[in-house]
Design a protein around this ligand. Sequence first.
Ligand SMILES: [Zn+2]
Length: 53
Amino acid sequence: MTSRQEPSSVRAREGRVCREEDCHTRLSIYNDGPFCSVHEPMSTPRTRGRKIA
Ligand SMILES: [Zn+2]
């Protein structure tokens, strides 16, 4: 009987969360940075619901 989860190294990548203390957003495995898309320093120049023409 093996009710244990597989100790795959992939889990380390999926278990990451944003480094922001107040943010608990899970980082996508495609996210290369330590922050989520919201707190990423070099995020896209597009603000919330606003579009810079
Ligand atoms: Zn965040």
